[in-house]
Design a binder for this molecule. Sequence first.
Ligand code: IPM
Ligand code: MG
Length: 360
Amino acid sequence: MTQSFRITLLSGDGIGPEIMAIAVDVMKQVGSQLDLRFEFQEALMGGVAIDETGSPLPEATLKTCQDSDAVLLAAIGGYKWDTLPRHQRPETGLLGLRAGLKLFANLRPATILPQLIDASSLKREVVEGVDIMVVRELTGGIYFGEPKGIFQAETGEKRGVSTMAYTESEIDRIGRVAFETAQKRQGRLCSVDKANVLEVSQLWRDRIIDLAADYPDVELSHLYVDNAAMQLVRWPKQFDTIVTGNLFGDILSDAAAMLTGSIGMLPSASLGADGPGVFEPVHGSAPDIAGQDKANPLAQVLSAAMMLRYGLDQPAAADKIEAAVTQVLDQGYRTGDIMAEGMTAVGCKAMGEAILKALA
Ligand code: IPM
Ligand code: MG
């Protein structure tokens, strides 16, 4: 029997529409091979939504997302909208989507592909075999804590305030996702905080230690965030799964991504307790190369694979897509961001065609 899934596509800005088109073609082909039917519906988010509706996340878009089985997002933002007031910026739409769908768990894998080791800025022996999963808390911490704002201080000057806060239940639910993720990987979990200075981190560490009793098969360690940043570039292979709060996760996941040489290769998943997840590349909208057929569509294609695996429970389809990506890299196809000597330079569309051929 044909299984059918409703997927909301948020192509967004910059290179978003180009890379999304490739991912959709890839999903259609895999769907026809495995008897899966995808009903795609497009919705507006980010700068394009600001231009058309005045809001980066129109009500209708959130509703469409809530009513679907999964959301595939490309990238949002661009210079054009950077100077708008905060509530009208593309990034505010993204935060609204995360909050609106209650996506508290953000999974960001940083896996080095053997074909791309030389694209890393670190030495081969340091990055060969790196396979890290960053589990970032996504709907709490300093991104959402109250009070927040720019206020008038008693001295007459302005005072900017953001608040880093976590409740026990917020820590526990992300902690459990992280322990379970580690169980499915190499069984090692490193919790990253700043417990030597911040009270919010002290509570974080206490709760993670308490939770560990339920996961005796996971080896738990702790690092302060400054040390974690250093260890990531010193010897990244020491890490398996990392769990951390919203802000530290934002920063460390970029660093982890760069270990692999190309941020253009990395997908991510944002999940809630139930309801649709959002799947998106780690990279941004790259407005400088938009519309020039130069973008690397592989992170978008791998995000579709992650959606099939974690959002729609279709591991066979995910495996097929991931194998096709491996195959085109083995064949030597490279977009500009991962180009190396002796390889075949291709644009976004040609890379998409190569994947379709690999799937056939
Ligand atoms: C990310 C981005 C976002 C974040 C921005 C665009 C709001 O950096 O997804 O990592 O800070 O979470
Ligand atoms: Mg970030």
